[in-house]
Design a protein around this ligand. Structure first.
Ligand code: ATP
Ligand code: MG
Length: 749
């Protein structure tokens, strides 16, 4: 079998021993997913197993698709009959077939998180509870947590432990809300995401005939990323495999990063107890990364106490040292990373799609996105919306836009009743129709609202109008940052997000703070003459006007959180924002276990890289509207220093603006190089006394040049687009610089 030849001995053992329980716990990049893939191919091709009898559970739909494609390349289209997908997608399918057993219609609706939360909201309101105490997100997460631990509302209500817990949290009615929520979902013929697992458990537990049927059907059950399954998922697979015991799970305890969602590393330990004749396979050879990266990752994870011992090694090349980029600010960090990527592309012919930028939280994408856009590097954001497309950012910007243009109907619709001020959809429609039908400005309708709406709603609109007028005054006399902060606060939006203490709520709150930081940086930028909010909005509109999504060119740099990157691999990986409080995240740190989870997350990030790994951090970052000094993350120190090259490439690059601001930025950029850059590159270059600048009108990329200050370098790009012709030059000692050709003194060699 030729595909079996591309496996090492323990991998082959995992592939060909298809009967009985098997657990493969092995380090990152050691071929766990490859073993699962080949095992399935082997079952079909060598053992003649019908794909219909195989169930493979993956963590993401993307992973399932990739695996299916690979299997198809070995066994052909037969692979299409495989049951393969995420827990949620596979069991939703089974629940559809068996819904009547649980009293659900087979066309039951699946509620997404938004649907669920608005149902929670309605219930809280109906019970006359304070929705500031019973925030939909908080309530929903509590319900979700209970379901993922297989606690039904009946058990929840009858067990005094939960009641006591809720009382101590000042939310004694949670159990009641859980009950009503479940009943309402049931009545509406709807299941939420957690129900898909919860109800599958109920189905298998209470309907043994159904369980038997699926036990007969799935002769082989497989689970990838086993370390991140929760107890609900674990029980489902255990039940399914109970008769034949042909279950194979693969995972890496060092990559368990979903404890905050109820994933339980105990599952790995339980597995050994649940299956006494378990075959345990260890894989230790890493095929993904260079020696440097593998050893660096080992040196980090070694610091965790709660870890199964593994000795991951690789036969791959030594590779280059891990680079650490140090920037003065988050914007400069973006520029450094973008220029390094540009260099990967120009000098090493790395494709965009072989590069990933990983960060701890979604809000960090902004500085990176802006820098990449400026350098015209295509990128995509995986598993998250691009910063300016996120709901909370759109909401707050809608306030700003509407205050500036009171006829902007889309912004109006977004904010008129958010945060809630008791103006219903019918009223909103009436106002918009009145404006459109009579061909009068929306604002005129709003300021004469008594003509079309009755008392209470009219009063709410009048309050809204007063608030917007106040914003207009603020915008007129204050700078963009002060005005934006005022809007965030007085609109109630910031408070609304702040009171939501769930992880997602905190993320959204941080995103809005991050937007305010962007406004602050805009105001502090000496090159911006117009510091009004209007000018800021225009800048953002121009920046985001480039529509990345429409072109189907797939060669893009990937931006994503580390959580999303699990199981993936890229040639070059940049881990950005390596700062204390950011990574490890301050929000998540309250115990040693939390720190260990953050460290596992760092381990996951490092081990995504094949050839090149770069870590970056900023010495200052705008957080909560203030410039905050940052310290490099302790995680950088935890990497054995022999694998690291610090600051070798840190250098500021000039910001490339178009038009008049450019010359100024060029000059201030020059100053930065000498004044504020803490680590200066050594350069022995001295211009010869007869240095004579050349005529640069024929300068082209690829030419070698000399600069009186930066020394020798190679032109990488000529930009003719703006009023001023610019050249990007990679200097041997100073890295990349963008020079305005009408100013720069260059000698062509
Ligand atoms: P992770 O823990 O990140 O999920 P993994 O253990 O699932 O990693 P794989 O993704 O299966 O590892 O494999 C890592 C890389 O090594 C892949 O590119 C895979 O094709 C390659 N690889 C695995 N085993 C071999 C082998 N025996 N020979 C050559 N390449 C291999
Ligand atoms: Mg994998």
């Amino acid at each position: 079998m030729e595909y079996l030849d591309s496996l090492n001995e323990p991998q082959r053992e995992g592939v060909v021993n298809t009967e009985g329980p098997t657990m493969l716990i092995a380090g990152a990049g050691s071929g766990k997913t490859r073993v699962l893939t080949y095992r399935i191919a082997y079952l079909i091709q060598n053992k003649g197993v019908d794909p219909f009898n195989i169930l493979a559970l993956t963590f993401t739909n993307k992973a399932a698709k990739e695996m299916r494609d690979r299997i198809e390349s070995v066994v052909g289209t037969e692979a299409r009959n495989l049951w393969m997908g995420t827990f949620h997608s596979v069991f939703a399918r089974i629940l559809r077939a068996e819904a009547d057993k649980l009293g659900y219609p087979s066309n039951f609706t699946i509620y997404d998180a938004d649907d669920s939360k608005s149902l929670v909201k309605t219930i809280v309101k109906e019970l006359n509870l304070d929705d500031k105490v019973y925030k939909p997100n908080v309530v929903f997460n509590r319900i979700s947590g209970a379901k993922n631990r297989l606690i039904s509302w009946r058990e929840y209500l009858s067990n005094p432990i939960y009641q006591a817990d809720d009382e101590s949290n000042m939310k004694p009615e949670l159990g009641k809300i859980y009950k009503i929520y479940s009943e309402r979902c049931f009545k509406a013929g709807a299941m939420d995401f957690d129900d898909l697992l919860f109800n599958t458990n109920v189905l298998f537990k209470e309907h043994t005939d159904v369980l038997n049927k699926y036990q007969q059907r799935f002769h082989f059950v497989m689970v990838d990323e086993f370390q991140d399954t929760n107890i609900s998922q674990y029980l489902i697979t255990k039940r399914l495999a109970a008769v034949r015991q042909n279950i194979c799970v693969v995972g890496d305890d060092a990559q368990s990063i979903y404890a905050f969602r109820g994933a339980d590393i105990q599952n790995i330990l339980n597995f050994e107890k649940d299956y006494p004749d378990l075959r345990v396979i260890k894989l230790e050879q890493n095929y993904r990364s260079t020696k440097t990266i593998v050893n660096a990752a080992n040196s980090v994870i070694f610091k965790n106490k709660a870890q199964l011992k593994k000795n991951v090694w690789t036969d791959n090349d030594e590779g280059s040292l891990i680079e650490v980029l140090r920037a003065n600010s988050d914007n400069e960090e973006g520029k450094l990373v973008a220029s390094a990527i540009f260099e990967d592309k120009m000098q090493h012919q790395v494709k965009n799609s072989d590069i990933a930028i990983l960060y701890r939280t979604n809000s960090q994408s902004r500085a990176m996105e802006e820098a990449l856009r400026r350098m015209n590097i295509k990128y995509k954001i995986v598993g998250g919306l691009s910063f300016y497309a996120r709901k909370e950012i759109k909401d707050i910007m809608a306030y700003m836009r509407f205050a500036i243009n009171t006829n902007d109907e889309q912004s109006f619709r977004r904010i008129i009743n958010y945060p809630k001020r008791g103006i219903g959809d019918t009223s909103v429609d009436k106002m918009v129709v009145a404006a459109n039908d009579n061909n009068i400005p929306l604002w005129e309708v709003l300021t004469n609202i008594n003509a079309i709406l009755p008392g209470r709603a009219a009063n709410a609109v009048t309050d809204f109008v007063t608030m917007i007028k106040r914003f207009q005054i603020e915008i007129g006399k204050k700078d963009a940052f002060e005005a934006a902060t005022e809007i965030a606060k007085r609109s109630g939006l910031l408070r609304d997000l702040y009171e939501d203490k769930t992880v997602e709520g905190l993320n959204r709150y941080e995103n809005v703070q991050e937007l305010l930081n962007a406004v602050k940086e805009f105001v502090d930028d000496p090159e911006k003459e117009d510091k009004s909010l209007g000018a800021f909005l225009q800048e953002v509109a121009l920046l985001t006007g480039v529509d990345n999504d429409k072109d189907d060119d797939n060669d893009k740099v990937t931006l994503m959180t580390i959580h999303m990157a699990k199981g993936l691999e890229f040639k070059n990986v940049y881990i950005v924002g390596m700062e204390e409080d950011l990574f490890p995240s301050q929000m998540m740190l309250s115990s040693r276990a939390d720190l260990e989870e953050e460290r596992r997350l760092f381990y996951v990030a490092i081990t995504r890289a094949e050839h090149k790994l770069v870590l970056s951090y900023a010495l200052s970052r705008y957080r909560f509207g203030r410039l905050k000094n940052c310290e490099p993350s302790r995680f950088i120190d935890e990497i054995d220093p022999s694998f690291i090259k610090v600051n070798e490439r840190s250098r500021p690059t000039e910001s490339v603006n178009t038009g008049a601001g450019y010359a100024k930025s060029f000059i201030s950029g020059m100053k930065k190089t000498t004044a504020s850059q803490p680590i200066k590159r050594k350069s022995d270059y001295k211009p010869s006394p007869d240095f004579e600048p050349s005529d640069t009108s024929n300068l082209q990329s690829g030419m070698k040049v000399e600069h009186p200050k930066f020394g020798y370098g190679m032109v990488s790009e000529i930009d003719e687009s703006g009023a001023n012709r610019k050249a990007k030059v990679n200097f041997d000692d100073f890295g990349e610089k963008t020079l305005l050709l009408s100013f720069a003194k260059l000698k062509i060699h």
